[in-house]
Design a protein around this ligand. Sequence first.
Ligand SMILES: C[S@@+](CC[C@H](N)C(=O)[O-])C[C@H]1O[C@@H](n2cnc3c(N)ncnc32)[C@H](O)[C@@H]1O
Length: 270
Amino acid sequence: MSDRAGIEDCCQVFAESFETSNLPAMLAVERTVLGCDYGGTSWTTRRQAEQITDSLELGPGTRLLDIGAGSGWPGLWLADNGDCHVTLVDLPVNALVKARRRACRDGIGSSVDTVAGSGATLPFRDCSFGAINHSDVLCCLPEKRQMLRECRRVASDGASMLFSVIAISPRLLYADQRRAVETGPPFVEAPGDYADLLSEAGWRLVERKDVTAEYRKCLRVLVDALDGNIELCDALGPDVVSETRRHRLEQIAAVDAGLLCREIFVAAAG
Ligand SMILES: C[S@@+](CC[C@H](N)C(=O)[O-])C[C@H]1O[C@@H](n2cnc3c(N)ncnc32)[C@H](O)[C@@H]1O
């Protein structure tokens, strides 16, 4: 399949996933797994969101960009707790509509812009943002180099960027590499180490942190929360719940085999 067809499929899958992740039964699961209820589809926990606020030094006057923002996790939470303005960008419009509704419900509507667009061709002027976040987005699109370059273009001098990403562990045998690709997020294969991609795109690496253990813990809590979840089976059907649970168990096995990891990168512009 071409990248273009893959991207369109992926966008459709995400559009559907935000309908599911915002069902009341799924929001209850999300509260157990991540400690929030924004219909999130990344693995950013509430604790990690607090660390994003600190690392990006969010505060009144900061213009934050959250790319691949989905229905608002963690961008809306960051704007609310960091007392700053956020621009949420994503492709599925249904997710952005949910994010806007949530922002209005939370009384922060005037601090939030929602923009339909791609992280690989950001529809903003140069030097527009002082802080950028993206949670598990680079593993969901093929144009990783282009997105990091676009982030650098729209970042003002001295801006910070924080992102999390699920990646394939380095130096795997071919069969293990294929298993990681099949088990991980849709575009988990990267053209190089993220530290190198950052540097090529004009970013200076400030911090790199392995959060695979937290990711694994979330996967386990999710699998347990799906087990015999009657509300979810009523909403989605038992086959969907059981297939989702099987897929998450495969991911746990891949993490335990050392094939997949999750990392957080903090970088500075200039
Ligand atoms: C794992 S989800 C994370 C969503 C959200 N940040 C969260 O934590 O719930 C990855 C997101 O990347 C978005 N995405 C994929 N390709 C994109 C692109 N080219 N431009 C912007 N967002 C994209 C998807 O639509 C999806 O919302």
